[in-house]
Design a protein around this ligand. Structure first.
Ligand code: SF4
Length: 381
């Protein structure tokens, strides 16, 4: 039976952050009968969908993401994890990650997650500055994040990721330094640092278009990113993907499945899967997802068969996100030719432009390429 990375999507958040284009909707803080029914219906549908795949694949890793999975009550979330582990025969010791947000965890929920076999928590801190959190529209304070970290450690989790965002309007080096250094004081095993991006259709995009918000220039953002690169390297973190840094032995196994262009199966509204050269995504609306599951209708909203040349391009684009880059031998094994035979012109040009380098085994982004990665990826579309 095939071994894949498993992803489960929980599309609910306390409120919607104005920069976010993930498939998530705000359900508010107060449990009311309508909110509870909506969540219960979604979880029932999720269970049914997962059951329909039982016995067809084995899980290698499990990632419960969102949205805010920890908005679910402990029993419901632990139930999702237990079922996924059992139904897809996750090996003992497999990585089981859950995304969490400050303000939605407490000691008893964390204990339940530990008991359910969660090995890794990823906490959406974003910033330790109150002003930045308010601007980002986050539903939590910096103290909520500090409290969540204390509880996570007290519950015994030894693999913690903190998500941070840089490049906010008016953010110069000093507040970013303050956030990054506070994050380091908490000694996370993993850090994910993302530049704020303007996603189409979000309130942030409208603010930028209306001139209400001025984002830092590319050079200013690059300075913040480079500060993170240098600081985290000094502190012993391995930079293993454009935005991801880990203590040795703590790279996220599940996310590496995506970057290596390997197979994964996603459950839930808007979840994506990649199996047997086919990539598909589910309907995004949770209500429509529930309706279709109930009526036994197809869940797929988009589906593409990847031909060999598309697979090669995607393998380059995704693999170059990893600092180890794209291995010529693995590429050759999979496609029957090395990358420089598949993309001779692009690789020559990007090397001349000092965006890519080849160390005799792997093609990788240079430091300059890291800053201009999107430009590099375009060559493989
Ligand atoms: S908490 Fe995360 S998923 Fe939810 S709205 Fe904010 S950024 Fe999006």
């Amino acid at each position: 039976m095939k071994e894949v990375g498993l992803y489960v999507h929980i599309p609910f958040c306390l409120s919607k952050c104005p920069y976010c284009d993930f498939n998530s909707s705000a359900v508010g803080r107060n449990p009311g009968p309508e909110r509870e029914r909506g969540i219960r219906d979604y979880l029932d549908a999720l269970k049914q969908e997962m059951e329909s795949w039982r016995g067809r694949v084995r899980g290698r890793t499990l990632f419960v993401g969102g949205g805010t999975p920890t908005l679910l009550d402990a029993e419901a979330l632990a139930g999702v994890i237990h079922r996924a582990r059992e139904w897809f025969s996750l090996p003992a010791g497999a990585e089981v990650s859950v995304e969490a947000n400050p303000g939605t965890v407490d000691p008893s929920k964390l204990a339940a997650l530990r008991a359910a076999g969660v090995t890794r928590l990823s906490l959406g801190v974003q910033s330790f500055e109150e002003q930045a959190l308010r601007w980002l529209g986050r539903a939590h304070t910096a103290d909520d994040a500090r409290q969540a970290i204390r509880w996570i450690r007290a519950a015994g989790f030894q693999n913690l990721n903190l998500d941070l965002i840089f490049g906010l309007p008016g953010q110069n080096l000093s507040p970013w330094q303050a956030t990054l250094h506070e994050a380091l004081r908490w000694e996370p095993e993993h850090l994910a640092v993302y530049g704020l991006t303007v996603e189409e259709g979000t309130p942030l995009a409208a603010w930028v278009a209306a001139g209400r918000v001025e984002l830092p220039t590319d050079d200013e953002t690059a300075e913040l990113y480079e500060y993170a690169l240098d600081t985290l390297a000094d502190q012993g973190y391995e930079h293993y993907e454009i935005s991801n840094f880990a203590r040795p032995g703590y790279r996220c196994e599940h996310n590496q499945t995506y970057w290596r262009n390997e197979e994964y199966l996603g459950f839930g509204a808007g979840a994506f899967s990649y199996l047997e050269n086919e990539r598909w995504g589910h309907v995004a609306s949770p209500a429509e997802y529930v309706r279709r599951v109930k009526h036994g209708e197809g869940l797929v909203a988009e589906c593409e068969q990847r031909n060999r040349s598309e697979q090669m391009g995607e393998t380059m684009m995704l693999g170059l996100r990893l600092c180890e880059g794209v291995s010529t031998s693995r590429f050759q094994e999979r496609f029957g030719c090395p990358p420089d035979a598949a993309f001779p012109e692009a690789l020559t040009r990007l090397t001349q432009q000092r965006l890519l380098t080849f160390d005799g085994r792997n093609w990788k982004l240079t430091r300059r390429g890291l800053l201009l990665a999107n430009q590099v990826f375009l060559a493989f579309v």
